[in-house]
Design a protein around this ligand. Structure first.
Ligand code: HEM
Length: 519
């Protein structure tokens, strides 16, 4: 009461003085605790409340240059320890599944809890036993030759479809590869995951075309594809937006509500797909072969239909199937589509590299059908993709959190410290690479890429389970495109256009293609 009457009687000038005093006290206290913090590392001095905005690849590299290979950045009130040298990341990228102090990517996160992601699936699952089981299921499927072979067939079929649209629009037409590849990989990942085509490519083609002859259930699938993309945006939103912000600011509250409504719709749709597939499997005789999509494989894992089942292994729950489906679609579409655009950018700028690649395509593939086995033999294509990843990693930062207090490079860290591994910093570190800024695929020829100095797919127990799949898809795409077409950038002088977040999103890559004349 006394405080209320004081506020009522205070005049405007005194109120200003009071507020000013409050701010000065807060700022002074903020900097006193910052400059007297325990175990300090070098790093930019943060602003009160907001800290330092750090989620940018160029900025991380600038900080590494200025502060060395281990530094700290404060974001909101959280300390992020950045690491830019492979040997300092050894503990973080520990391959052990049982003895690992850095098992997770995030600390407890109420926003991700709300999305039901912290006890299910793989990417943000904080329940170790549940993650371990789900991850072994995902590994078994994504790395199985049956699934990988099917992905090659799927890539060829979708390329034929996309090519048909390009030809129909005319070879003079400019193609924004980013837009096409985004739809291509959404279709591809959804087919590989659910065995259903959601026609994102066809929908996109329809935005250019005046023809009415396309025959596909456009509108339903468009809603689904939009909801899937919303799911990825919602993950980032809920992970990074604390509860108080979602409650305090009306526009943020509205956004959160909209996301949750859309996610509820998507969950219902995905559960419907899962249940329909279960019924289809039940109706199929035990001798008949089932399709090799992820959903079918997950639902039959450790059942009598699984030839490799272990006697005591449990089956996967419906909720985990749903969460894994999201993880795979999320992990597999944007990453591969952006990476492919970067490969095209580099190939367009390095004529000699392109020439050597075309020779390899001719020698290994000729005009034969592209197969899983043949793609394994494209060693130079493999080296090109790796060199592009080295200089332009699609995922430029890896996250880890320690379960118990630990020590790195003589620095002590409390448990639940957030660590960020600066992938481009390691990929261009002069300790590991000669002439690190030079684009030279030859450096990967005849060499294995074990170890933490090359980590485009991350490392340790959380390494990307889609690594083989995406390398295969990208090699298939290179072969399908370059065997038949010359590819040119419309603007050879433009730098790579991208927006840097955790995934470096290519924002535009306009190309023109024409039928190939000669190498
Ligand atoms: C060029 C393509 C790709 C790139 C650059 C990429 C990169 C990555 C990276 C850097 C991570 C984090 C690893 C870590 O924290 O150490 C990751 C995790 C993951 N990726 Fe990929 N990825 C690609 C394609 C795929 C594909 C095709 C799939 C699935 C079909 C996939 C599924 C996943 C999943 C599920 C995880 C989480 C693994 C876990 O938490 O245990 N990724 N990926």
């Amino acid at each position: 009461m006394a405080i209320l009457s004081l506020i009522e009687n205070i005049d405007f000038l005194n109120l200003l003085v009071l507020v000013g005093f409050g701010i000065v006290t807060y700022v002074a206290q903020f900097y006193i605790s910052y400059f007297t913090r325990k175990n300090p590392l070098p790093g930019p001095v943060p602003w009160p409340i907001i800290g330092v905005w750090e989620n940018d690849m160029a900025m991380a590299n600038k900080f590494q240059e200025k502060y060395g290979d281990i530094w700290e950045v404060w974001k909101w009130s959280e300390r992020h320890v950045w690491i830019g040298r492979a040997d300092l990341a050894t503990k973080l990228l520990n391959p052990s599944y049982s003895n690992n102090n850095f098992p997770f990517r995030t600390t407890e996160n109420e926003g991700l809890d709300l999305m039901d992601m912290t006890s299910k699936g793989v990417v943000f699952n904080l329940d170790w036993n549940s993650w371990n089981f789900n991850r072994s299921c995902v590994n078994r499927i994504l790395m199985s030759p049956k699934f990988l072979r099917q992905s090659v067939v799927c890539t060829q079929n979708l390329f034929t479809e996309m090519e048909k649209y390009w030809l129909s629009l005319g070879l003079d037409n400019e193609i924004d590869l980013v837009q096409w590849m985004m739809r291509f990989m959404i279709d591809s990942t959804l087919i590989m995951t659910t065995n259903k085509n959601f026609h994102a490519l066809a929908n996109y083609y329809d935005t250019f075309s005046t023809s009415e002859c396309l025959n596909h259930p456009l509108k339903d699938s468009e809603r689904f594809v939009t909801a899937i993309r919303t799911h990825f945006m919602a993950c980032i939103f809920f992970k990074d937006t604390p509860k108080y912000k979602r409650r305090l600011f009306p526009n943020v509250r509205r956004q959160a509500k909209k996301f949750l409504e859309e996610l509820a719709w998507l969950n219902r749709e995905v559960l419907k797909i899962i249940r329909e597939r279960k019924q289809e499997i039940d109706r199929t005789s035990s001798e008949a072969e089932l399709s090799s999509d992820l959903l079918t494989m997950l639902l039959t894992l450790n059942t009598f239909r699984d030839l490799n089942r272990e006697s005591d292994a449990r089956q996967i729950s419906e909720d985990d199937v749903r969460a894994i489906t999201y993880d795979i679609i999320g992990g597999g579409s944007d990453t591969t589509s952006n990476s492919f655009c970067y490969v095209i950018y580099y190939l367009s700028h390095y004529h000699e590299v392109r020439k050597t690649m075309l020779k390899e395509l001719e020698t290994v593939l000729g005009n034969d059908q592209i197969t899983y086995e043949k793609l394994q033999k494209l060693h130079y294509c493999d080296a090109i993709i790796k060199e592009v990843f080295r200089l332009m990693p699609t995922v430029s930062v890896l996250f880890r959190v320690n379960a118990k207090p630990d020590e790195i490079d003589g620095h002590h860290f409390e448990s639940s410290t957030t660590f960020m591994i600066n992938v481009p910093g390691i990929h261009t570190h002069s300790t590991y690479w000669d002439n690190p800024q030079k684009f030279d695929p030859q450096r990967f020829m005849g060499k294995t890429t074990e170890g933490n100095n090359f980590i485009p797919f991350g490392g340790g127990s959380r390494i990307c389970p889609g690594k083989q799949l995406s390398m295969l898809q990208m090699k298939a795409l290179i072969a399908l495109l370059y065997r038949k077409y010359d590819v040119e950038l419309v603007d050879m002088n433009a730098p790579i256009k991208y927006c840097s977040t955790t995934v470096n999103h290519c924002s535009e890559l306009v190309i023109k293609i024409k039928l190939r004349s000669e190498i």
